[in-house]
Design a protein around this ligand. Structure first.
Ligand code: ATP
Length: 234
């Protein structure tokens, strides 16, 4: 389980997170919602070791993440599909996927997971030898998620997987998120599309200017009048 306790973080003098506590229990999908600049990406950076908290604790299965370098996070079982895709554009789909498994030594397991990822995203199988830079936006997002899955994480971090994509592609990607969760993977999902996120998540947290303003079961938040007005379009 991932746990943040009273975490604060800043970029120089700019405060990004203030006294944030949250949990991602094993086997759950947890959504992190909020407007631009609310601190969602910063929360993910705190988990992946790219931003050091100025206060508070971040633990995963009891391991303290705050003192670990970023490259020591993946072997613990956490991997991330970053915002804006950020695939290796000059490499093929196949090479990108293999990069996701860089820290693994179990060749047979990697082969099995490659087959698993290609079955989750048949589109990637069709484009297997193609340079990632020539993929559509939706295909690049699938590749970014597929690459993260190749690490076989126990916790998958997703930064805005719906950003800039057509509704049909978004539906496909969210169906896959549900499926990997049904197979036991925990997910921390950062989304600006609250409607979508509250449909797939078990639990959600809402941030405003780096502070937690509301949290609860996704079903409850969907019915909450304040949430409806501010995040679900009335
Ligand atoms: P978005 O959806 O726009 O990505 P977000 O909720 O992910 O927003 P963060 O990116 O975490 O928000 O930003 C939180 C705050 O930290 C914002 O005020 C932002 O301007 C600031 N911030 C983020 N990255 C940096 C940085 N590299 N340097 C300085 N300030 C930053």
């Amino acid at each position: 389980m991932l746990r943040l306790e009273h975490v604060s973080a800043a970029y120089g003098r700019i405060r990004a997170l203030t006294d944030l506590s949250l949990e991602v229990p094993d086997g759950k999908i947890v959504a992190l919602l909020g407007a631009n600049g609310a601190g969602k990406s910063s929360t993910l950076k705190v988990v992946t070791g790219l931003l050091r908290p100025t206060a508070g604790a971040v633990t995963f299965d009891g391991h303290d993440l705050t003192r670990r370098p970023a490259e020591a996070i993946v072997p613990l079982g956490i991997s991330m599909a970053p915002e804006g895709r950020q695939v290796f554009t000059q490499l093929t789909v196949a090479e990108n996927l293999r990069m996701g498994a860089y820290s693994r030594r179990d060749a047979a397991g990697v082969r099995r997971d490659l087959e698993w990822v290609l079955s989750l995203f048949p589109r990637l199988r069709e484009r297997y030898g193609q340079e990632a830079g020539t993929l559509s936006g939706g295909e690049q997002q699938m590749l970014a998620i597929g690459r993260a899955l190749m690490a076989r994480p126990r916790l998958l971090l997703l930064d805005e997987p719906s950003l800039g994509l057509a509704p049909l592609v978004v539906r496909e990607i969210f169906a896959t998120i549900r499926q990997v969760n049904a197979e036991g993977m925990s997910v921390l999902l950062v989304e600006q599309n609250a409607n979508l996120a509250l449909q797939v998540a078990h639990h959600a947290y809402i941030l405003e200017t780096g502070r937690l303003v509301l949290s609860g079961p996704a079903g409850e938040l969907r019915q909450n009048p304040d949430v409806k007005r501010a995040y679900l379009g009335g």
